[in-house]
Design a protein around this ligand. Structure first.
Ligand SMILES: [Zn+2]
Ligand SMILES: [Zn+2]
Length: 305
């Protein structure tokens, strides 16, 4: 294989490390090219903000080493006999220059400040010297704790959270939370509808149903579920307090408790309420009769159910 003469500074001006990798004809073999590509992919993955000049230098160095490898591989004839030949000085210099350039750039290379991770391309950045307002989120920025960033000549104030990307992360979290809440709300609404459906309109007296369910810790919770015109309301009865409204939209616990009803059936939960509280779970009348108290439901409501 003939020594290729085209290794001189072949990849100047490359925009990324991958660009800087020689094309197939610059390498002795596809295998070497694949190796070089893998190497630069690793470098890019480890340091995504790699400056273009470093990328170019790495590419030139890889090309130089590859050229050298080509020369050295030519030193063995096909029959295995060593066929020594001199490595051209220029070839050697390319590699040495490449190594020097890369080591200098690496030594001087400062990775991006994580505190400014979301700022992007800028000329200068310094800690704020005056109070101001974040140009991104509008929050107040204070002297000594936030950032003043110059890009394209203009200075702008960045609060710490916007500069580091924490604001974006917070917004993502918030959006995910809202999405989860919407899903929970829809499910809770569905469960509430099922509870009313399971009791049946001929049984329901008014628009409420009372029930008790054991929580995760085994302690009973007492609820009144009311149907409004467009949504459901839950009231939790906690001894010694006025009944506490809990919005079905908000409380995951309510959803869990409604799902529990789905498992055991609403009647069991209504009867449990009646036995424990001493009120009919359907009409809310006090259960004084021995038989009703044992049944956990008033005689009229029991007859309809
Ligand atoms: Zn901000
Ligand atoms: Zn009743």
């Amino acid at each position: 294989m003939a020594y290729r003469r085209n290794y001189n500074r072949p990849y100047y001006g490359a925009r990324s490390v991958t660009d800087a990798v020689p094309k197939t004809d610059g390498f002795a073999s596809e295998k070497q090219r694949a190796f070089a590509l893998r190497l630069v992919a690793d470098i890019e993955a480890a340091e995504p903000g790699l400056p273009a000049d470093l990328a170019t230098a790495v590419g030139a160095m890889i090309a130089g080493i590859d050229g050298l490898a080509t020369v050295l591989s030519d030193n063995v004839a096909d029959d295995g006999t060593p066929a020594w030949r001199t490595v051209p000085t220029r070839q050697m210099s390319t590699v040495i220059d490449g190594l020097k350039a890369v080591s200098t750039l690496v030594a001087n290379y400062k990775p991006a400040d994580p505190a400014l991770a979301a700022v992007g391309q800028h000329d200068r950045a310094m800690v704020t010297r005056f109070d101001g307002k974040c140009h991104r989120c509008g929050e107040r920025t204070t002297a000594g704790t936030d950032w003043a960033v110059q890009a394209g000549g203009a200075w702008k104030a960045w609060c710490r959270d916007c500069a580091s990307g924490a604001t974006a992360a917070k917004q993502d979290d918030l959006a995910a939370q809202q999405e989860a809440d919407r899903a929970a709300s829809a499910l809770a609404h569905q469960q509430a509808e099922q509870v009313f459906g399971a009791v049946g309109t001929n049984v329901l007296n008014g628009n409420a149903v009372r029930f008790a369910v054991p929580g995760d810790d085994g302690a009973l919770r007492f609820y009144i579920l009311k149907a409004g015109k467009r949504r459901f309301f839950m009231v939790q009865i906690v001894g010694g307090h006025a009944p506490q409204p809990v919005t079905v939209e908000r409380h995951r616990q309510v959803l869990a408790d409604l799902c529990f009803i789905g498992d055991e059936g609403i009647r069991a939960a209504v009867v449990r309420y009646g036995k424990e509280i001493g009120e009919c779970g359907i009409c809310g009348r006090t259960l004084t009769d021995e038989e009703s108290r044992a049944a956990g439901i008033g005689p009229v409501c029991a007859g309809r159910w």
